[in-house]
Design a protein around this ligand. Structure first.
Ligand code: F0G
Length: 464
C-alpha cells in the first residue's frame, strides 16, 4: 500500500554544503567543570566546550561561496578601497541611504550617531531598548524611553507586530519633553529584546507622520531588517505580493538613516556601518569615525570584509534565503510549542525565546531564573544559549537599582545557514529534558558584576 500523502509538501534549504567544520559532543563531567569555571555565564564558556552554539546569531553565520570569493578581491588600500565603493553602491541600492560610514560592527555605528545627534539631557524614545544602543545613548548624555506597545512585554500575546510603537505613548513623550529635546526616535526592526518581533509598515508610516510634524528624525536599527520584512510579507495585509527587497527598501525610506550590525542579516562574521541621507550628519559622522574606528573609507573593516558585507547584503534580501532562515527558527519553535514548553509568541525571526518565569515558576527574578536556565541547558547537552532578562537589563543609571524587566527570557539563537534540522531536533530534546526536570533547577547569586553591559562578564554561583 502506498503511504498516505503528506498534508503539505516539505521545503528545504536553498543551498548545499561545501565546507564542514566538526563539532563534538562534550561529556557531562566536562560540562560541569566548564560551567563552574565560567561562573554559570554562558558568555564565559570556551567555544571548544560547546556542542551546538546558539549563543547568538551575531557574526556566527556561514558565508556563501560568492562571499568567500569576494574575500579574495579585497583591496587593502588604506584609503579609497574599491570594496568601500562597492559597499556604498550596495547600501544605496538595497537600503536606499545616500551616505555610508563603515564601522567595525554595529555598536561602532551606535557610538557615532549618538555622539553626533545626542546632547546632554536629550530623550530618545524607542521600541524597546537594546543593550549597546541604550548604553551609547546614555554615554552621550541622553535617556532612553521605551514606547513599544504593551503587548511586547507579554510573552503570551500573539500580536503579529509586537515591535510596533505605541503612538499614544510616543505622542505623550513628545508632549512632555518637547520636540527640541528629542534628537530622534530609535526604531529597531526586528526587536531583539522582545523576542525578534517585527514592526509593521503601517506602524512605521504612522511614526514617520507623527515625527515629521515635529521635525524629529527616525533612526533605524537595520540589523535584522530583512527578517522584519519577511514577517511583513507574511502577516501584513496587502504585502503578500511584494518581494523582501521591496519591503526592505520601503522600510528604510521611512527613516532618516540606520545603524547596522552586518554580523546578522548581512551574513558576515564582522562588520557594520552607519548610513544617513542628511549631508550635515554625514559630515560630522565622517569626522568622528576617524577618531574611533578608522578612516571614513574603511571604518575598522578590511577591504575583504567590506566586500563580503556588500555581497551578503544582496543575499540577505533574497526571498528564498529569508524563508529558509526564518523557517528553521519556526521549525524549532513549533516543536517546543507542541510540547507545551513556554516560549515567546509569535515565534520571532532570529531565535526562540524561552519564558523563564513560566518555565521556572519556583524562582524569583532576583535569583536570575533565565541565567540559571541557560546554565541548566548547557549542563544537559552542551547546547549554549543566553540570558535575556534581569542580568541583561542591568541597572538604572540614575538610581543604581536593578531594572526588573517583565521579560525574563533565554534566547536560543539560530545562526544563519550553519546548523541542520537534526541539530534543531537535538536542541529541542535537550530543552524538553530540562523542562521535565525543571523543579531541580536552582537559582543563582551574582558574585561578580562588571560596570557596563554586565551580562557579558558577570559571574554567578548556585544557591543552596
Ligand atoms: N542592534 C541590535 C538589534 C543587535 O542585536 C546588536 C547586537 C547590535 C545592535 C550591536 O551590534 O554586536 O555588531 O556591535 N546583537 C548581538 C546579539 C550582540 O547577540 O544579539 P554589534
Amino acid at each position: 500500500m502506498d503511504p498516505a500523502p503528506p498534508s503539505r509538501r516539505s521545503w528545504a534549504e536553498p543551498f548545499k554544503i561545501k565546507v564542514v567544520e566538526p563539532v563534538r559532543l562534550v561529556s557531562p563531567e566536562l560540562r560541569l567543570t566548564a560551567i563552574r569555571e565560567a561562573g554559570y555565564n554562558t558568555f564565559l564558556l570556551r567555544s571548544q566546550d560547546v556542542y551546538i552554539d546558539l549563543l547568538t546569531d551575531s557574526g556566527t553565520s556561514a558565508m556563501s561561496d560568492r562571499q568567500w570569493a569576494g574575500m579574495m578581491l579585497g583591496d587593502e588600500a588604506y584609503a579609497g578601497s574599491r570594496n568601500f565603493y562597492h559597499l556604498e553602491e550596495t547600501v544605496r541600492s538595497v537600503y536606499g541611504y545616500q551616505h555610508l560610514i563603515p564601522t567595525h560592527q554595529g555598536r561602532g555605528a551606535e557610538h557615532i550617531i549618538s555622539r553626533v545627534l545626542i546632547k546632554p539631557g536629550n530623550i530618545i524614545p524607542g521600541n524597546m531598548y537594546f543593550t549597546t544602543t541604550r548604553l551609547h545613548q546614555e554615554l552621550a548624555g541622553g535617556s532612553f524611553i521605551d514606547v513599544i506597545i504593551p503587548e511586547a512585554h507579554d510573552p503570551a500575546s500573539e500580536h503579529p507586530f509586537k515591535g510596533n510603537v505605541d503612538l499614544g505613548k510616543l505622542e505623550a513623550v513628545i508632549g512632555e519633553y518637547g520636540a527640541s529635546r528629542i534628537p530622534y526616535v530609535s526604531i529597531a526592526a526586528t526587536v531583539n529584546m522582545a523576542g525578534g518581533q517585527p514592526i509593521s509598515l503601517e506602524n512605521l508610516r504612522a511614526v514617520r507622520e507623527l515625527t515629521r510634524g515635529h521635525g524629529i528624525r527616525v533612526i533605524l536599527d537595520a540589523t535584522r531588517v530583512a527578517e522584519n520584512a519577511y514577517f511583513i510579507q507574511q502577516r501584513e495585509p496587502g504585502q503578500q505580493g511584494r518581494t523582501i527587497a521591496e519591503i526592505v527598501r520601503e522600510t528604510c525610506s521611512l527613516t532618516d538613516g540606520c545603524t547596522m550590525s552586518a554580523k546578522k542579516d548581512a551574513l558576515v562574521n564582522i562588520g557594520g556601518f552607519l548610513a544617513v541621507n542628511d549631508w550635515d550628519i554625514f559630515e560630522e559622522a565622517r569626522n568622528i569615525v576617524v577618531i574611533y574606528e578608522g578612516l571614513h573609507t574603511y571604518g575598522g573593516m578590511a577591504g575583504r570584509d567590506m566586500e563580503a558585507v556588500a555581497i551578503g547584503l544582496e543575499e540577505s534580501v533574497d526571498d528564498e534565503h529569508i524563508r529558509a532562515r526564518v523557517g528553521q527558527v519556526l521549525y524549532l519553535g513549533e516543536k517546543l510549542r507542541a510540547w507545551g514548553i513556554p516560549i515567546v509568541l509569535p515565534i520571532g525571526g532570529h531565535g526562540i525565546f524561552l519564558d523563564a518565569k513560566a518555565f521556572l515558576p519556583h524562582l524569583d527574578q532576583s535569583v536570575y531564573p533565565a541565567q540559571a536556565l541557560a546554565a541548566a541547558i548547557y549542563l544537559d547537552s552542551g547546547v549554549r544559549t543566553m540570558e535575556r532578562g534581569i542580568v541583561s537589563a542591568g541597572r538604572d543609571k540614575d538610581t543604581g537599582l536593578e531594572y526588573r524587566p517583565k521579560l525574563e527570557l533565554v534566547r536560543v539563537t539560530i545562526p544563519r545557514r550553519v546548523y541542520t534540522q537534526a541539530h534543531m531536533d537535538v536542541v529541542a530534546e535537550s530543552i524538553l529534558a530540562v523542562y521535565q526536570e525543571r523543579s531541580n533547577v536552582r537559582g543563582l547569586r551574582m558574585v561578580y558584576e562588571p560596570r557596563y553591559l554586565r551580562f557579558f562578564q558577570a559571574r554567578f554561583e548556585p544557591l543552596g
